[in-house]
Each structure stands twice: as C-alpha cells, then as structure tokens.
Design a binder for this molecule. Structure first.
Ligand code: COA
Length: 185
C-alpha cells in the first residue's frame, strides 16, 4: 500500500497523517458513549487511550501497517478513516468515524468514497469491504451511498461492550467503480 497517498483532498476535508496535536480532539470525540455504541473501544476513553492511538500512528510503517488518515476540517480533527490492506487477496477493509457534532453532514460518505477511489486508482486491489454492526443504521447508509452492496451477514460475529453482535458485510469491486449516478437510490 506504499503507493496510497498519505494526503487525500476531498471537497471539504484533508485526509492526512495523525499528528501529536490530534491527541486532545481524538480524546474528546472518542469519549462519548453514543459515539462508541457500536465500537469495541474502551469507554470512558481517556487521554492515555488517545495518546497511545496517536503515537501508534506516528510509529506506523505506511507500506506495511494499516493506513490511518486524520479527517481535518480547516485545521481541526473531526474524525478518522482507516484501511486494513490484505495484499495477498488484493482487498482491503475500511473503517471510519466522525465526532458527534459533525454527524449528518455527509462527511463519512465523502471520505469513504475518496479512500475507495484512491485504493482503486493507485493500487492493484480489486475489492474494498466494510463490516458494520447490523444496528448501526447510519453507517450502513453511508456504505450504500458510497456504492457498496451488502454481501452477507454474520451472526454473533464479535463482542462489543460485553455483548455479542451481528455484523453486516458490504463491499464494492473495482469493476463496479465508480458507481453510476447516485449510488444511494
Ligand atoms: C456512522 C458515522 C460514521 C456516519 O457519519 P456521518 O458523517 O454522519 O455520515 P453521512 O452524513 O455521510 O451519512 C449518514 C447517513 O445516515 C443516515 N442516518 C443517520 N442515522 C440513521 C439511522 N439510525 N438509521 C438509518 N440511517 C441513518 C443519515 O440520514 C444519512 O443518510 P442521508 O444522507 O441519506 O440522509 C457516524 O455516525 C459515526 O462516526 N458514528 C460512530 C462511529 C461509527 O459507528 N463508525 C462506523 C463503524 S462501521
């Protein structure tokens, strides 16, 4: 994945590597019970959790480790998007989240679309997929709007906040990219 750009510009955001100044806003947006409802992250999310995450990103090897982008709106961290590449199978999983005050403004759709596009235009990967708690209606809607289709559902797939949860899987193939027109209709 060393060819994937570390900085991607979307219509409103800059996707860039994490920096130390992101620790505080990362802590604030992750330390939100509603935000974390479908995420297997610690709650409360402490400054130390945020420090470990951001410092971990500074140590990442771009060619080998998962790719993480900070979603930057005019200098402010408002969310993130990560990509877990699987070079042997030429596919990657995508995951994302935005600070709650920024929900409902199309930011997740904008960044997922931009990262999927970057994968298909800069690498030989042929598939991008996402895994989402079946109850997470907003995230499922994002994937539909991007042009992914549901390809399966796995019952009791993992444990989040002590409960076993069902996951839906969504995917898009390079041969179907970009989607024709508005993929959400
Ligand atoms: C999921 C998440 C990333 C969506 O981000 P966002 O920037 O609000 O997404 P967008 O604005 O691009 O699109 C959200 C869509 O979901 C819809 N939506 C919101 N709540 C919904 C619900 N409960 N059920 C169904 N659709 C819902 C919105 O109306 C919108 O669709 P529309 O444009 O057709 O109206 C955000 O809610 C979040 O960060 N949640 C916490 C972390 C998380 O769950 N990440 C995903 C893990 S797979």
């Amino acid at each position: 994945m060393d060819k994937l750009p570390r900085t991607i510009r979307t219509p409103r955001l800059t996707l860039r590597p994490f920096e130390l100044r992101d620790i505080e806003p990362r802590m604030v947006y992750c330390n939100d019970a509603e935000w974390a409802r479908y995420f297997p992250l610690p709650f409360p999310y402490t400054r130390r959790d945020a420090e470990e995450f951001v410092v971990g990103r500074l140590l990442d090897d771009w060619g080998r480790d998962p790719c993480w982008w900070a979603a930057d709106l005019d200098g402010e961290l408002i969310g993130h998007i990560g990509l877990w590449p699987d070079p042997q199978n030429r596919h990657a999983e995508v995951g994302y989240a935005f600070a709650r005050p920024r929900w409902g403004q199309g930011f997740a759709t904008e960044v997922v679309s931009a990262v999927v596009d970057a994968v298909f235009t800069t690498t030989d990967f042929e598939r991008v997929y996402a895994r989402v708690d079946v109850r997470n209606g907003a995230s499922r809607r994002v994937l539909e709007k991007v042009g992914m289709v549901q390809v399966g559902e796995v019952r009791d797939n993992r444990v989040a906040h002590g409960l076993r949860v069902d996951d839906a899987f969504y995917a898009v193939l390079k041969s179907d990219w970009p989607p024709a027109g508005d993929a959400s209709n």
